[in-house]
Design a protein around this ligand. Sequence first.
Ligand SMILES: [Zn+2]
Length: 460
Amino acid sequence: MNRIATRAMAILILVLAMVAGLVFFLFDFLINGDKWVAFPGSPHVYYDSKASPVTLMDRDGQILSVLSGDRTYAQDEAVRKATLHWVGDRLGNISVPAVGYYSKEFVEYDPVNGVYKYGGTERNIQLTLSASLQAVALEAMGDYVGTVAVYNYQTGEILCAVTTPTYDPDNVPDIDGDLTGAYTGVYVNRFLQSKYIPGSIFKIVTLAAALETVPNIREQTFSCTGAYAVGSGEVTCESIHGRQSLKQAFANSCNCAFAQIVGQIGKDKLNYYVQQFGVTDAITFDGITTAAGNFDLTDAGPESVAWSGIGQYKDLVNPCGFLMFVGSIARNGVRYQPHVVSQVTIGSERTYSAKPESVEPIMSRATAEVLQEYMAYNVTYKYGAENFPGLTVCAKSGTGEVGGDRKPNAMFTGFVSDPAYPLAFMVAIEDGGYGARTCVPVISKVLQACKTAIDTQEVG
Ligand SMILES: [Zn+2]
């Protein structure tokens, strides 16, 4: 009797679990069915041979790819390579990040009938990217591995964001058979999905936190003897910087000074401001969610906290996320949402059009203005204003030590402060060595091309 009761109970539990599962599935299906249909992994929906093709264009109307039964790509090889991580490949190894999201607009769907109608005859998605700037950025990267990106901090438009390594989708190399490592991580859009040890570009974050919370920080001086004892260890510099103002310590990228600054901010406040600035947040736009960075002081002693404020320890940043932080400095403390899709049209009807969209201020205007001044000084004092003719550039370099035998990541980020050229930029080069030395020639070429494009009104 007892055994029968136990079995009955077991069957009852199984039945209940099955019913619960069915109910859950049904709800999920009703609520999310349209998203599943438009998922980038369901590409047949938007380039089914029965449906009219979707044309992906750059900001000037140049065709980047036509998604139909068999895809076509841009005529120019450099453009094909430079835009691959935004338009995807034929095999689906690289998705089309924005198309999956906006293809909802193209498909008439309900849970009973499934996909019952494809959108009108001409379906176009216009990106904010410029094909010509993508090609310039790709050439400037040469054989480097990483990403370079520029966005308009007034409108949020991403003008270019190139990932290397890349390849020509019309002439696919033998990636699986390659033993040289030349194609490691080739399917990843590094701008959106990579995480890098930031090194000293993170000093922008620490400086911003200090300006927000330490009242007299700008009146202080900081001494550097090449090493600074903190906790049971020490923080070191590659040279002895001597006595410095805050501005000079930032321009020298003095680790000893920044260890002292971190000590004044304190662990909890540093952690608070990193969250407040959104430096490591995943960002969602156009149906894309970027990789989140990392800032974790849970088990950090004083020495580790100091290194975390210098962009080492467990710090990781995503290039897109950090670019948004830096762009907000240019925008006096207000962060703007990025966009990579400018408009979607079906036939003659425009179903989506991007608009500048601000998020609430992440820092005070006063803090942003000091950062603008100090980052401008970095360029005139250290990186060389002559590398950026006709542009007032504000910047900070970083050299992210990755450990082992590998060379550090070279990082460089900042913005142009001239109102005519509202451009913020980010460069991350893996195994690149010293940040400024490696990155300045790259971003110099890209910014000059952006300037020319704006001057000739190719990019408004
Ligand atoms: Zn120093």
